[in-house]
Design a protein around this ligand. Sequence first.
Ligand code: ASP
Length: 431
Amino acid sequence: MDRRTTVLTRALAPVLAAGVTAAVVAGAIGASPAAVPAAVPATAASGVVEPASVQSAAYTTAVSAARSTTPTVTVIGTGGTISAIADSRSSFTSYRSGRIAIEDLVAQISPEIGEVADVETIQFGNSGSSGYTIAQFHELTAVVEEALETSDGVVVTSGTDTMEEFAYWLDLTVQSRKPVVTTGAMRPWGALDENGEQVQVFGTDGPANLYNAITLAASQATYCYGTVLMLNEEFHAARDVTKTSSYRADTFQSREFGVLGWIDGDNIKVGRAPARVETCDNPERWATPFDLSTVEASDLPRTEVVWGYQEAGGEAITAFAEAGVEGIVTAGTGAGGISSAQRAARAAAVADGVTFVSTTRTGSGSVYGGGEGVIAGDDLIPQKARLLLLLSLAFAPEDPAQVLEWVTSLGNPEFETTAPVAGTAPGQGKA
Ligand code: ASP
């Protein structure tokens, strides 16, 4: 079977049912994934009767090209557990990260990976994920962009602890429509035997994750999806995914939204698409405003997160504001609630020009409303809202209305579900 099969099916059903017709997906692939795109019948609101495809010439061209040539994929290593050497073959939790170079990791899944793609490697760093700075994130975007000038896709390996932040940062800043896939591992890759030779840790997920991530990037199945996160045979939208367990292999979840798709052996199954896919044929609309080539790392403002809980003090907010922090995300209780001390501190900070985004600490669900200096973060989780606020403040430092628009539209993209006006182009997603 074709390794790079792409089938869009299940999760697009609600979109069809909601009345989006040719704007989002188009009809039948049937037995042959190459048979794209065809029109969805106007009566398709009853549900999916057959597999559908992204209606985009650019998407179709990218997927077809990946089938007829051997794609080039650049793997950028940054460290994490996937690069770790454990104390022994059975040491799942005791290990040192950053001990194996990315070139060696790729060599250890060769020659098989050579059947999938021509793979190049770049060692960006080799350490735990949470040690990376925003300035290094800025540099990582540039390295990814440069790699995509000559490669068909990029895989970034990182530690899983903040992989969702690596992924969302890249999702918000990489201007190329080509696939970017982040991956890593929950178990260390190897251990050293009594002769100092490297052996694999029992059941390590690193080799399979790396192999699948390169396969996914090579397939172009996520062309125009922005950055996706691939682990445990599943891939997720950068915006939606979060780490939910410190040790479990199925740690990454997208809660209300669910996975984008999964990889079963040679089959790549794509179940849903991020809303920005709708603008795939319009690169300028597809790209976010956050072109980092126009902004120095040193100009990126500090933004922080403050947690809400019973009788939380306001001092953290006050201290951040006094330290020059320009944006603060509150991870509030329930639908975004914060304590009275925090509210008082927030009001004072807003008066001093600090911008707030209100989110929930629950891990899912929306926060609505907002007000003077306070933007409702909807269903963005706090650490994602913080990155979006940071970039919005960097690109519109003197324009609160623009920051509000970016945080609420880029942060919460939706499919257009209103009927297109006769004679106009099909509706476009907000992001
Ligand atoms: N501590 C590791 C990290 O760098 C965890 C991991 O890679 O899974 O995030």
